[in-house]
Design a protein around this ligand. Sequence first.
Ligand SMILES: Cc1cc2nc3c(=O)[nH]c(=O)nc-3n(C[C@H](O)[C@H](O)[C@H](O)COP(=O)(O)OP(=O)(O)OC[C@H]3O[C@@H](n4cnc5c(N)ncnc54)[C@H](O)[C@@H]3O)c2cc1C
Ligand SMILES: *[C@@H]1O[C@H](CO)[C@@H](O)[C@H](O)[C@H]1NC(C)=O
Ligand SMILES: *[C@@H]1O[C@H](CO)[C@@H](O)[C@H](O)[C@H]1NC(C)=O
Ligand SMILES: *[C@@H]1O[C@H](CO)[C@@H](O)[C@H](O)[C@H]1NC(C)=O
Length: 538
Amino acid sequence: MGSISIAALALLVPLFLSLHQTTCSAVGAGDDAARNLSSCLTSHGVTTFSLPSSPTYAALLNSSIRNLRFALPGVGKPAAVVLPSSKHGLRAAVLCARAAALAVRVRSGGHSYEGLSYTTENRVPFAVIDLAGLSRVRVDGGSATAWAEAGATLGELYHAVGTSSRTLAFPAGSCSTIGLGGIVSGGGFGLLSRKHGLAADNVLDAVLIDPSGNILTRDTMGDDVFWAIRGGGGGSWGVVYAWKLRLVPVPDTITVFTASRTGPVELVAGLVHRWQFVGPNLPDDFYLSVYLPTGGGSSPDSNVSVSFTGQVLGPKRRAMAALRRSFPELGLAASELAETSWLDATAQFAGLATAADLPDRRLGSKQYSKGKSDYVRSPIPLHTMAGIVRYLATGPPEGGCVILDPYGGAMARVGSGATPFPHRAGTLYGVQYQVYWDEDAGEAAPVGWLRSLHSFMAPHVSRAPRGAYVNYLDLDLGVNDWTVAAGGSSEAAVARARASWGAAYFGDNFDRLVRAKTAVDPGNVFNNAQSIPPLVNV
Ligand SMILES: Cc1cc2nc3c(=O)[nH]c(=O)nc-3n(C[C@H](O)[C@H](O)[C@H](O)COP(=O)(O)OP(=O)(O)OC[C@H]3O[C@@H](n4cnc5c(N)ncnc54)[C@H](O)[C@@H]3O)c2cc1C
Ligand SMILES: *[C@@H]1O[C@H](CO)[C@@H](O)[C@H](O)[C@H]1NC(C)=O
Ligand SMILES: *[C@@H]1O[C@H](CO)[C@@H](O)[C@H](O)[C@H]1NC(C)=O
Ligand SMILES: *[C@@H]1O[C@H](CO)[C@@H](O)[C@H](O)[C@H]1NC(C)=O
């Protein structure tokens, strides 16, 4: 691999200066394991790791905690954080953690909505293997492909791709500090997905380290496993060291906009209602999503607001003409649209000042938050939409939002079993619900409101099963039974998972995921609260 993106590692290296102080710490069960891990890693030439007694430990653990709910003191902390800088170091980290009888949690960008990359729900001693030092991206413009280490962030990938050519791009999410390890494993939806599908739909090959330390590629991991790692969710299969990605063509000038509208509930509900017929049916070059903030409903007739985020793979003239024709109600003005490059658009949608900021992992926001998701398969009637907009107005002011992401286009052309991600033809749009709060406010009120909103939405969204997106992880959907080791590997464990989060995230694809899991990790080494259980004792 080349070394285009070593900025992250350079930032983290100074943290390790005093790491060997650990050997004189007090002795406990976790300390024994940590000492064992420490000598194993050192004997394999891995020196970048940190134990709880080290002064570098808290900052390293903290570095990729994006949801502050999981930085609170009551959350169990790892016996070690290992930061490998090569494929062999990564392999050693897996084998040494196992030899020391530590559970393994793998972290790339740390954006897991439920903190699953750096916590354990069953309170066993564990090690975090953090891929922040494995973030090199090598672009091959000639073949329009890239090899990217899984610890690279979307910002690092976009920067490497967009600076290599103004007309190459990659379809994935909008937040620049999301890690490729997590987002590609769970699918990866973004502003190019109606044109080019999910990130996972554009994976050509991968390097996966299995629980025994075997280094597998597409040719050697087997079809079920190569299928499972492209949408079956991170943390179940092994550690993805790198992805080979198909890059996609974009015009050298594209059009972007954010159009905000404020008015009475009926006006906003009317726009959103109408959008349901427009967003999923526009030509593939168009992405138009809806952002509805919560709160703002001090009195029943207060105004509310909505904003529409747009990206069009073409010049402003074409964008205006098509949107005026298909969505005249929006009343889009030419002054609201801007032409730019795809690279600059990714920086803008990530909330960054310039494209040069894309690779900077420190720019990610940290907040207390909880998310949920849904899918909509038939348009919500106008009067119901007005009820939803009114309900949102009762939510936490400045503290939450609902985002509607248009599907259709390439999303609908991929078969529902072609990857584990089942929400394809027939899905009009995805719904993401988010609430945020301050440390002082606490989570009870916003999370309670979020759950009530989710119940309120039940009649209006997909049913039997009610769908959800695995990258918007939600432990309310159910969790593995931690009273049995690693969540279990029995028919009962499989049935429990299938009936709750398994059906919601993966629909009919769940059973093939169980087969892949049983093939690659029968011992359930890579587990978490919602990992796929293997089925071994039949
Ligand atoms: C602010 C924000 C914006 C988002 N926007 C989008 C969006 O636009 N589109 C979208 O699709 N999603 C979006 N997401 C969701 C995001 O895709 C998921 O949270 C994703 O899992 C994050 O990946 P990560 O590597 O940053 O997370 P991590 O927390 O590091 O990992 C997530 C899961 O994957 C596992 N994992 C991580 N690395 C590896 C690896 N190398 N090998 C195997 N397993 C691994 C972890 O163990 C964990 O279970 C967003 C999330 C946030 C917080
Ligand atoms: C961890 O992060 C939080 C929030 O960003 C911060 O307040 C705290 O000081 C950090 N702790 C360490 C040890 O870096
Ligand atoms: C620690 O390391 C030794 C040798 O590498 C190994 O035999 C032993 O089982 C390890 N595990 C624990 C939990 O002590
Ligand atoms: C509500 O929005 C409308 C525009 O749709 C505006 O004319 C009106 O003044 C606003 N009312 C208030 C109270 O802000």
